[in-house]
Design a protein around this ligand. Sequence first.
Ligand SMILES: [Zn+2]
Length: 480
Amino acid sequence: MTAPVTCIRRAAWAVAWDAARGSHVYLRDADIAFAGNTIFHVGGRWDGAAAREVDGSALLVIPGLLNIHCHPAQSPIFRGFVEEFGNPRLFYSARHRFRQAFIPDVEAQRASARFGLAELLAGGVTTVVDLSHAYPGWLDLLAESGIRAVAAPMFRSAAWFTETGQETQYEWAPDLGEAAFVEAAAVMDAAERHPSGRLSAMVSPAQVDTCTPELLQRSAALARETGRPLHTHAAQSYAEFAGMTRRHDMTPIAWLHRLGFLGPHTILGHAVFTDEHPWLVWPERADLHLLAASGTAVAHCPTVFLRDGTLLHDLGTYMEAGIPIAIGTDTHPQNLLEEMRVAELLARAAAGPRHRCDTARVFHAATIAAAGVLGRPDLGRIAPGSRADLVCCALDHPAMQPLRDPLRNLVHVAAERAVRDVWVDGRQVVAEGTVLTLDQPQAARTLQAQQERLAAAVALRDPAGADIEALSPLALPLAR
Ligand SMILES: [Zn+2]
């Protein structure tokens, strides 16, 4: 073995993959060793000499987490503005006055993404699906961060807006959609060729209701040709469901099935408003079967929906139907461990006493299931031969005590506060909670300045000249 070996010695607890059982299992007092970017020893003692030894006596070692749906160029810069505001007529969707006047430009997107990638790493995420409208410097920033990234450049045939506040309107420009598709294809090629070797690509027509059927079918064909996963936002709002059923006389899921878009490499964000949802009056119940039978996965991101007063009904039923579920952070905070907790608790609330969701299931979703959806059986698990994407959590953090069940403590209490060290592809990217690859405090200062700049421009952009305090007031009035 020529690559230098790192050995985590006598980890008090580790979560290892037991392929025979098809389940993660706990190990106690385990050595975990990797050479270069590959794990070669899990459990028991490893007697070789390591270039670096890590004392595992106060550690829980888990596989790096996969965030299946994330918009780092957008989400962080909206922090403090969007948590409690929106258009209630459109279920608090993005089509309201604030969002039409607070528009991140390239500089703002870069600042948001730099901050967001640091936040992801510090929270134990080692693989992220980054859904962004491509901006200059995007791929280099992903590589610089040290994260493993699936670049998903979004494109669409129509922009959405609202004049009345009562309905979503679409400004169709199919030619621009085609041009954006060609541009996105070039970005995807560039990601796969990137010298970092940690970037891949996903074909991502933006939303089911903003893309022509031709664009959706071309996207599916490109995904099949290239072997890339395929993604779109679908069944994500009441307004979208109502609009699509009016347009096509079928549910958004059935429409995608008709177009040949569903399949074992397809991921839908977020399949909340399927014909299973109790608020929808629809004569059939076929959506979950269409998803399960085709092997289509769901990117479940509960927080953003919870904020708007909506939730998926219910995660346990989707899982029992055999639909692959992975978890993402569609909004801020980009805190996947907290998102896992929210996913589990909401699944219980939605289903009541017949709920079928637990910590093991959400942890599986954020690791093994997500890796499967991405076609990466070498990720999301601690097993010999897997990539060295590892997270060490501090068992001596007060939020991890008292210690009986470390994964429950991590998901239900501590979340990212316990994350101490992170490796991606064998390279350490977080040490003692500090991100090594990006200057997180500097990224925060830059994001602050960019957010203030966009906020100041709101009054100039709003048609009635309303300022930011009118469109998104502070939580408390400011004493004069
Ligand atoms: Zn999204």
